[in-house]
Design a protein. Sequence first.
Length: 553
Amino acid sequence: MNRLLGNALPLSIAVLMNGWLISSMTKAAEISENTNSLEQIVEYSESLNLASETAEDSNSSEQVTSVSQLRDVQPTDWAFQALQSLVERYGCIEGYPDRTYRGNRAMTRYEFAAGLNKCLDRIQELIAALPQGVSREDLDRLRKLQEEFASELANLRGRVDALEARVNKVEAQQFSTTTKLAVEVITYVSDAFGKRADDVNQTTLAYRTRIDFNTSFTGKDRLRTRLQATNLRPIDTGAIFGASSAELPAGQTGETRFVPSTLSGNNNVTINQLQYRFSIGDRLTIYLDAASTDPTYVTDTISPFVDTATGALSNFGQVNPVYFPIGNQAGVGANFLITKGLSLDVAYFGESGSSNQPSLGFFNAGYSAWAQLTYSGERLKFGLLYLNSYSPEFGVDTLAGSNAAKVIGAGPVVGNNYGFQANYRFGKGFELGGWVGYTVARALGVKGDADVLNYAATFAFPDLFKQGNYGGFVFGMQPRLISTSNAALAAAIGLQDGRRSDRDTGFHIEAFYRIQLNQYLSITPGFIWLTAPNHDARNPDAIVGVIRTSFVF
């Protein structure tokens, strides 16, 4: 038995200790070589925390009686024999609760202490079981082993202490935990075709670029600073009949708008969004906006086509227009989770001014205040929206539809907007959705009421023909003025010949197919067909052909 202790036991312990020490010192050395790297310091700090948790849970580990019980140990491993001896002959090594040994993982000081203590306890048990005791040779070998690693252990302890101090200092002094960059570049090659649209359009190339800086201070909040530049312009439908204004001729109605943002950019870089979002508890999220904003920044619009870079091609095809009654500028919003899948979203936004009507402040100018009850189930999603708006200048312009449906020209307008939107996922490859939007507008200048209606059905085909690709189809009616309460109001908003509503009903038909080339780049060809531009059948059909290229990362 003395020979057993004198040969196999010290050798096995030496192999064990040497492996643990080398892996631990290698881990510390790798981190200390680049002490300026915050990521490596945090990584090592997390490994210490993991080791502490492992040590606390050591009582739940089961004793390994055979090396074959360790799922990740193979006979070809270089330390297999030493590990087999320590497990099967001396019983002083335990695996993790999932029956793994994790021999290639770096060891912490806690794990080293736990393993060494287990083996030393086992040695004492063996010594107590030997009537003849242990020879002087055995004790000398153990003493030499301890002395041999004394300097390495002291050096390792100093390095770990220094790294712990650096981590504590960085965590206490750092300003931002994480800031992530997101970039979105969209280009549109487009042209319009039709009996009149051919004559007033030519093939154009336009773009919109966004750069987002998303910063989190606590891990549960987000500060978004968005820079935007664009040179997009409305496409002329060629319409000459129907309501028009000095600023917007009949052919430029907003029916061909690609994105909901203002289409008047001159390549100028602006702060398009400045929003801080944070949570209070598990149910409430608050949104604070200091730049341009709209309900889509706060609530779920339900539509599968809402993303301007990857969804439908037109603004109308992306989302119910009642979400955009005026140009919103700054505000506060909130999401409240009522139950699982059911939430109430509310917000109050001020209106941005213009050169004709500068903003008078957060409460003295235009505004929109709204609430939406949103249900999100496994397959079905729907939302019920109410939005109250007041605008001295922009009426109830929803960035879509006919000119008359904007109710501009009759002085300040109060709008009561109602929206219902839903989407149902039948399977992995097909979704059916749509919306109805209804607006009751009251003109305060030329007194009177006007009613505006829009609706759409959406058909989505995820992974069409190839995984990652996406097909979409939209059929609907863009916002249409369906009635006015008096002739004076109808004339003030541009209707002619004594009409009290838009003359006809024009339909919006849109189809697109997104080809996902890789994780970041997609190309989306498609078309937009307007059967009666400006909701007047005297205007010939207009078809807009589009090829959108989106680069997003």
